[in-house]
Design a protein around this ligand. Structure first.
Ligand SMILES: Cc1ncc(COP(=O)(O)O)c(C=O)c1O
Length: 245
């Protein structure tokens, strides 16, 4: 019960009380409550508890340890100083056109694939958002997405949030973590909606053999599923690739 001297005060307090009760009872969605804490975050929090001792090597999140190139920071600062109205303006939901053109150009040069910046390139705030958006656009409840196992852990939660299930394609260290086309075929069902392609892979570092890529594309065409290409670490593939015999 709330006793007050005037109506204004009463209604104000009543609102606070109601809100407090609502928060006590309110729960998050089943979808969100079913998620597990990412093992990467668990390692990160353990590391924080150790007071950042220098002799501990973290195998958790791969935060870049290099500062951005000086030219990039200088250019960002210059643009903000000289034309804040334009450089800090809203971009539109797909991102700056100039940036999307540069991304398309980069893909053309590096991958030989041509994408139309206006219709086919969207800028997201990091890869996680890109993966989530792609999954949301592709999956319905109980659809299946094929991923290698092990691979980057973030696909599980993104798939779970969309209602899709992971179909795991096991890869072995003795085979340099190369996925097998035969095993991939055996995982394809009527519910297969996509396969994630990640090369180089995180955490194994595996670079997928060209014959697997060709087989994967053929299967995707034959069975009408998407290939989600996560190219987060593409730029990290330096030097020669060694494939298992
Ligand atoms: C393969 C892969 N995909 C996605 C991500 C997430 O990237 P971001 O931090 O840009 O969201 C990472 C981060 O380590 C990654 O390794």
């Amino acid at each position: 019960m709330v006793f007050t001297l005037n109506w204004k005060g009463y209604s104000f307090r009543k609102t606070i009380e109601a809100r407090r009760r609502r928060y006590e009872m309110a729960t998050l969605s089943d979808r969100v409550r079913a998620l597990n804490i990412s093992p990467i975050r668990r390692v990160a929090s353990l590391l924080t508890q150790t007071n950042r001792k220098t002799d501990i090597i973290s195998f958790g999140g791969g935060a870049p340890s290099l500062a951005p190139p000086v030219e990039v920071s200088a250019e960002i600062t210059r643009r903000i100083k000289e034309n804040a109205q334009v450089s800090c303006a809203y971009t539109g939901t797909r991102g700056f056109m100039e940036l999307r053109q540069l991304i398309a150009e980069d893909w053309r040069k590096r991958e030989g694939a041509s994408y139309e910046p206006k219709e086919e390139v969207i800028v997201t705030d990091g890869a996680t958002e890109g993966i989530f958006n792609a999954f949301m656009a592709i999956f319905d409840e109980n659809d299946e997405v094929i991923v290698t196992d092990p691979t980057y852990l973030g696909y599980l939660e993104a798939a779970q949030l969309t209602g899709a299930r992971l179909a795991r394609l096991p890869v072995k260290v003795e085979e340099s973590y190369q996925p097998s086309l035969e095993l991939l075929k055996s995982l394809i069902t009527k519910r297969t909606k996509a396969a994630v392609f990640l090369s180089p892979d995180n955490p194994t570092g595996r670079i997928v053999r060209p014959d697997f890529i060709k087989g994967l594309v053929d299967l995707a065409v034959d069975h009408d599923f998407w290939i989600v290409n996560d190219s987060t670490d593409t730029g990290a593939a330096i030097g020669i690739c060694i494939w298992a015999k």
